[in-house]
Design a protein around this ligand. Structure first.
Ligand SMILES: *Cc1c(COP(=O)(O)O)cnc(C)c1O
Length: 477
C-alpha cells in the first residue's frame, strides 16, 4: 500500500484543531474541577468492558479517539487536585507547569546530556541551584538530579550512599530508619540487594519521631557484632503524621559514627519555603543527601522528584559509565551530562515546569501557599478540639492532621471506635464527595487529612466534617 500513513503525521490544520480541543478540555477541567466529585471507583470488569480490545490494524479518526478519551478515560481517575481530596498526598498541580510539560513533550527535548540540549541541562543546573540555596546546601559543591518521583530519588540516594561508603562489598553494612519511614526506602533497599537482616527499623516515640536512644543502642550493638553502620534514613515529614525526626541529633550521630545521613523529605521538605516550616525542618541542611518531591508540595504535576547531595562528585563517581557510543557527547566538566548523575540516560525535560512556574508565580506565591496550608491544618485542629465529637490523635504538623470520631460520653470500646471510623471513611468515599481514608497510628484506626492543596478552604473541611458526623450518627441509632 503506497499511502503516507507510515509517517505518523497529521496536517497542520488537523494538529491545531486537535490540540486546541485538548487544551480546551484541560482548561475546562481546571475551571470546573472544584465542582466535580473527587472520588471515582470502577471494577476491573467495568473497565475491561469499556477498553479491552486487540490493537487495531486500521486507523480511526483522531477526533473520535480524543472524544473517547475525554469521555471515558480521563474522568475515571480520582481528582487529586480537588479541594476535598484530603487523602494520601494530594497533587495540587498548577496550570503553568502543565504547559511546561506539554512543551517539553511537544519538542521531545532530550534532557540526558549537555549536547542533547544545553538549555535543558542549564535549566536543570539553575533550578537545582535554587533548591540547593533554599536548603542551605553547599552552593558550589552541591548537586542533584530530577527524578520521576520521591521513590526514585530515594533509590538514587541509597545507590550513591552505598557506592561512596561501601564500594562493592556491602555484606556487613547496616541501614537504619524509623517505623514511620516511607515504604519506598524499604523497596529501594530491596532493589539494591541488601538482605532483611541489614535493615534496622527503629521504633518511634509518642510523637512518632525516631527514638534517638534506641537508634544509638542499635548502632552500638551492630558495631559490637562486627557490622558496619553505614546509613541513617531520617524522615522530614513522615507521610502519616508530618512528623520530622530529630534531624540535628541524628546528624551528630552520623558525624561521630561516620554514617551517611539521608533525609527523606519527599513529603515535608518543601515546607522550607515557609517560616514555620523552616523552624520545624532545622537540621535538614546537614544531610548528605536529601529527597524532595516537587510533584507534592511544590505544586508540580506528576512526575517530578528530586535528589540533592552535598557534593555533586558523589553522583558523578557513582553513575558515570563511559561507553564508546557516548564518547562524542561528553563535553567538558562544567557542561553537565545528567545521565552521569543518575540512573536514566534518556530523560524528559522535568526542570522546565519548575522553572516556568517559579518564574511566573514567583517564590513568594509558593511560600504563601505553604503558609496557608500549615495554618489551615492548625485551624482544623482547633476546630476539632473544640468539638465534643472529635478527638485529635496527632496534632497538625506540616499540614497533616490525624483525628477520629469519638464523642465525649460515648463509652465505645477501642474496637468499636476503630470500626466506627473505618465506616465513616468508607461511607464518605462511597458518597464520592471527599477522598478521606484512614491510617493506623499506635494501633488505632484514625482519619487523616493532608491539606497541601492551596485551594482547599476551611468551609470545604467543615462541610466534610459535618457529613462525617451525620454518617456517624447513623451508627448510634
Ligand atoms: C510520597 C513519598 C515518597 C515516594 O514518593 P513518590 O513520588 O510517590 O515516588 C517517599 N517518601 C515519602 C516520605 C513520601 O511521602
Amino acid at each position: 500500500m503506497l499511502d503516507n500513513s507510515y509517517k505518523l503525521e497529521l496536517s497542520k490544520e488537523e494538529m491545531k484543531q486537535l490540540g486546541y480541543q485538548a487544551i480546551d478540555a484541560i482548561v475546562n477541567h481546571f475551571d470546573s474541577q472544584n465542582k466535580k466529585l473527587p472520588v471515582v471507583t470502577a471494577t476491573r470488569a467495568e473497565m475491561d468492558n469499556l477498553f479491552l480490545e486487540t490493537a487495531p490494524e486500521d486507523s480511526t479518526n483522531a477526533n473520535e479517539i480524543l472524544n473517547f478519551i475525554l469521555k471515558d478515560v480521563l474522568p475515571k481517575s480520582n481528582i487529586v487536585t480537588h479541594p476535598k481530596s484530603y487523602s494520601f498526598v494530594p497533587g495540587p498541580s498548577n496550570y503553568i507547569s502543565v504547559i511546561g510539560d506539554i512543551l517539553a513533550t511537544g519538542f521531545n527535548v532530550f534532557a540526558g546530556g549537555w549536547v542533547g540540549s544545553p538549555a535543558a541541562a542549564e535549566l536543570e543546573i539553575v533550578t537545582m541551584n535554587w533548591l540547593l540555596k533554599l536548603f542551605k546546601f553547599p552552593a558550589k559543591k552541591g548537586g542533584g538530579i530530577f527524578t520521576s518521583g520521591g521513590s526514585m530519588a530515594n533509590l538514587t540516594a541509597l545507590v550513591t550512599a552505598r557506592q561512596q561508603c561501601c564500594g562493592d562489598d556491602f555484606s556487613k553494612a547496616v541501614i537504619y530508619m524509623s517505623d514511620q519511614a516511607h515504604s519506598s526506602n524499604v523497596k529501594a533497599i530491596r532493589v539494591l540487594g541488601f538482605k532483611k537482616e541489614q535493615v534496622r527499623i527503629i521504633p518511634t516515640d509518642l510523637e512518632f519521631k525516631m527514638a534517638i536512644n534506641k537508634l544509638k543502642n542499635a548502632i552500638a550493638k551492630d558495631k559490637l557484632e562486627g557490622l558496619t553502620p553505614f546509613c541513617i534514613i531520617a524522615s522530614a515529614g513522615t507521610t502519616n503524621t508530618g512528623t520530622v525526626d530529630p534531624l540535628n541529633e541524628i546528624s551528630v550521630i552520623c558525624k561521630k559514627e561516620n554514617i551517611w545521613f539521608h533525609i527523606d523529605g519527599a513529603y515535608g521538605a518543601a515546607a522550607i519555603l515557609s517560616k514555620q516550616g523552616k523552624k520545624i525542618l532545622s537540621g535538614i541542611e546537614k544531610a548528605d543527601s536529601l529527597t524532595i518531591d516537587p510533584h507534592k508540595w511544590m505544586f508540580q504535576p506528576y512526575e517530578m522528584g528530586c535528589l540533592l547531595v552535598r557534593n555533586h562528585k558523589w553522583l558523578s563517581s557513582t553513575f558515570s559509565e563511559k561507553p564508546e557510543y557516548l564518547r562524542d557527547i561528553e563535553g567538558n566538566a562544567s557542561e553537565i551530562n545528567f545521565y552521569d548523575h543518575g540512573i536514566q540516560l534518556t530523560r524528559r525535560f522535568r526542570a522546565l515546569k519548575l522553572y516556568m512556574s517559579v518564574k511566573t508565580f514567583g517564590l513568594s506565591a509558593f511560600r504563601k501557599a505553604i503558609d496557608y496550608n500549615i495554618a489551615l491544618a492548625e485551624k482544623v485542629e482547633t476546630e476539632l478540639r473544640e468539638s465534643s465529637n472529635w478527638e485529635v490523635i496527632s496534632p497538625a504538623t506540616l499540614a497533616v492532621i490525624n483525628f477520629r470520631y469519638h464523642p465525649i460520653n460515648s463509652k465505645l470500646s477501642e474496637n468499636e471506635l476503630d470500626q466506627l471510623n473505618q465506616n465513616i471513611s468508607e461511607e464518605i468515599v462511597k458518597s464520592k464527595e471527599a477522598l478521606l481514608v484512614t491510617t493506623i497510628l499506635q494501633s488505632q484506626v484514625v482519619l487523616r487529612m493532608c491539606l497541601i492543596n492551596p485551594r482547599t478552604t476551611f468551609d470545604d473541611i467543615k462541610d466534610t466534617l459535618n457529613k462525617c458526623e451525620t454518617l456517624a450518627e447513623k451508627y448510634f441509632k
